[in-house]
Structures are given as C-alpha cells and as structure tokens.
Write a protein that binds this ligand. Sequence first.
Ligand code: OOB
Length: 540
Amino acid sequence: MGRDVVRWPAEAMERYRKAGYWQGRPLGDFLARHAADTGGTTALVSGDDRLTYAELDARAAQLAAGLADLGIASGDRVVVQLPNVPDFFVLLFACLRIGAVPVLGLPAYRRSEAVHLCGHSGAVAFVVPDTDPASGFDYRRLADEVREQVPGLRHVLVAGEPGPYLSLADVEKAGAGLDAPDGSAVDPRDPAVLLVSGGTTGLPKLIPRTHDDYAYNVRASAELCGVDRDTVYLAALPVAHNFALACPGTLGTLYAGGTVVLSPSPDPDTVFPLVERHRVTLTAVVPPLAALWSQAAEWAPEDLSSLALLQVGGARLGPESARQVTASLGCELQQVFGMAEGLLSMTRPGDDPERVATTQGRPMSPDDEVRVVDADGRDVPSGEIGELLARGPYTLRGYYRAEEYNRTAFTDDGFYRTGDLVRVLPGGDLVVEGRRKDLVNRGGDKVSADELEGHLRAHPAVLDAAVVPVPDEYLGERTCAWIVLREGRTELGDPGLDAFLDERGLAPYKKPDLVRFVDALPVTAVGKVDKRALATRATN
Ligand code: OOB
C-alpha cells in the first residue's frame, strides 16, 4: 500500500490493540465461523430468496477462488457499484478473503463518478448490475464508457445479464473445485474497503477503512445497539453507504448472527410489507425518510410492531421531527451523527427521550478523542460552537492517494477536521449546529459544491458558478446554483442544463434543484465568493 495509505502511528496501533479494539483479524472472518456453528440460519433475505450463513460462506469462497483465477489478487482494487442484492455480500466477502479491496460506489453514480473511482483507485475490475429495474438505466453501457476512459481496468463483471462482459455467476461457477483463499494472507492493518467521502472538495476522496478499524466499527456499533442473533435488520438505504453497511447495519447484523433483509427501495410501500413479513427489528434511515415513514405509518395497514429501534442519521433531524417519528412509529429512536471517515456519535438505547430528540449522542468509543476548535484551531470554551476534530481507533489518518489534500484535512497530530460545527453539552452529548465544509446535504445525499461548480463552468454559456444550500422542508437542504452567463448570453440555451449534466455523466441527485442568474458573484472582503450572501439571497 506504501504511500497510498496513511497508517496510525505505531504507539496508537499498540494502544488500540492492547485495549482490544483491534483484534488483528480480517474483516468478515465471522462468516466462516457462523457457517460452521449455525450454518442453517438465514443470513440474507431478498425478495423470495433466502441465503443461509452456510450458503453465503460457500458462495463467497467459491467466488473468491474464481476471482483469484482471473488474476485478482491481494491489494487489488475492485470498484463495486451494486444495489441492495445478495451478490453485493457474496462479492464483498469474496474480496475480503483474497485481500482484494472493494471500492464501494453508490448505485446512483454515473460516468463522472465511476470513471473517477476506477481511475483514482487504479481498479483492476468494475462490478455492476445489468440494469436498474426502476429507471431502466443500463450499467453495461456505463461500463463501456468507463473502460474507454480507464485503460487499466482489466475486467467488467456483471451481476445479471452480462452483455459483452463476464457474468459474476460464471466467475463463481469457475471457482468450483479450485482452492479458495481463506483470508490468512491479509494484513489487518491494510484497507479492507475503500469508502467514498461525502464531504470534501472536488471529486470524491477515497477513505481506506482497515480490517482492524472497520471490524471494530462493526462490532462496537452492533454491541451499542444490542444487535444479536434475533436481530432482523432491514437495509433500506444503499448498503454501499457506511451507515447501512457497518453502523451496525448489514455487517453488524451478520457479525452477530442475525438476519439481513434487503430492500430494493426505501419507500414505505416496499418497506412496510417487508417489516411485517420478516418481523424486522432494526433499520436505519435519513431524516426525510423518517418523516415519510412516520406519515405513511398513520394509515398503513401493515403491522410494524416488531420494529424496536429506528436509527436516523446522515443529516440533521430536528427535535420536532424526532418526537413525531417516535410517536407515529412506536419504536425507539436513535440519532446517529456519522461519517464515512470514521467517528460515530450516537444516542444510546435507553437514553431519556428528550436527550434523543435534541442531541446527536456521544462518540461510540471510549477512545474517540474529540476537540471543538475555532477558525484558528484553538479549543473553544466548553459549550460553545466550533469545528469538530476527531481522532480515534476507527477514524482515518489520511485519504487514499491524497498526500497534498491530507496536509490540510488533518492536524499535525492526526485529528481529522470534520468540517462540522458542533457544540458539546455538559453531559458530553454533541449537537450538530452547522458546517464549515462547502457542500449541500440533500437529506443525507452529499453534493460537493466544488464538484458541481466545475461541471457548471464547463457549460459553453457559463462564465462562473457558485453552489449553495437553500432550506427545504422535506430534504432539509436543496441545491441552488448561482450562474454568471458569458458576455452576450441571456440564457443557457442549448444544451439545457439538465441534458448538459446528463451528458457530463453526473449522478442525477447532484443536479441543482434551483438555478438563479446573477451579473456577478458577490465577494467577501478578502475576495472569496460570498456564499453566505448567496445562500441568503436564494431564499428571498
Ligand atoms: C454519513 O456519512 P457521510 O460520509 O455520507 O456524511 C458525513 C457528514 C457529516 O460530516 C455531517 O456533515 C453529515 O454527514 N451528518 C450529519 C448527521 N449525520 C451525518 N449532520 C447532522 N446530523 C446528523 N445526524 O452521513 C453517516 C455515516 C455513518 C452513519 C450515519 C451517517
């Protein structure tokens, strides 16, 4: 991994090992144990399909052998863009066994993001579904474009109808009878997966999560949420996202020997029947979904009484919405303030309901170190608002292949600058008050202003652009693009913005919700674009 990955200092690694956080084992090694002990138990449910622990383990082993036979080896990056399907997990556990590193992309990503993920990670393989049944989007066409632009990509593997590519099922078949790697070659200090950051400048940064640190993330959050073999977790959010993957999410549930129900959509129409049918006990949503579910629950005929704990995170959940959710869904609520970079802050089951409604809880690990600092990096007096810095046993020390960016994203002593503005209450609870980083949080979907501005400036009629959040009742925030047209242009003309951004291969959720035109962008005293002024003007 060399200079691509920043390790924790030796002293910290030693401390985390001694404290028992880091266990020196490959992520996902629990699967083989469950297969041996309780192999007949259901691990995954998807539609009418069920996969037991024994089946999941056997399929992962066979696919690992098939991937190894293709020449995919320890340390190789594999970009994965799969929805909530069993193949995601078969592939994930297969990669972990051979030490190949899945790079987890969201299903909504399009050419711009997919090319970046494959190119920047130096991936040898790109794994996609055939089509998205909801939109008809053909991921094999996406793979064609990615292959054209990323020559290093050796394999495209398709879950489903492969078209001109290899089918994942055939690779799995080819692994039958071959020796399956068992994970013993894996160095637990190396990355197990690369997650995509929601909150950075420019194109998404990659976050190396090591076997040691991510296994701890999974285990500690599962314990905190009381996950055990009776837990039935419903994956409504994309499983490629840290929240539904490991906080405790699907991996936390599988670690504890419970059952994961995969939902193809987070809509109440899809989710509620699944909750009733499988007696779901735990799930995680973003605030807009929590609101939608709580409205839908008022008239839904389904029995949702099995649901014991609902985790809400990814964006701010106001106290009113929090109370509303608890009342209408009749389950316990947990607020989760998390980030793919690591730090998780959660209210605890059993906390006083007002505490749950009004705070984002406490950091998960006793060894999470948090500081709240002013613009000059000095600690603010306790209780005041400042930027949250975090360091600990599952918070990254550097983005992947980002030496230069890392110099500003971390303090000299290894604290990650979260870009979030928080306040710490006397009892230690965090309250998220805002953010310093330049992004729009569209109900949990993060849109980097810098990235979108780059696309907008590429339009032939656009001279300059600035992207700011505007308040939105449903999403919390929406994306407003302020555009300065080139001399002589009075409108964007052809191509229209929508078509233009599609042509650029941008994930649809990153398109601006509002477009406003100005003659010039306002600037601050030091000459930077005054985004605060634009945000205020956008709402008027
Ligand atoms: C989760 O992860 P990411 O990486 O998509 O986004 C992280 C950012 C945070 O830095 C913060 O700005 C925002 O999302 N955020 C929240 C929040 N939870 C996340 N802002 C306000 N209130 C909250 N409760 O979003 C994520 C990862 C793991 C678990 C849960 C969420």
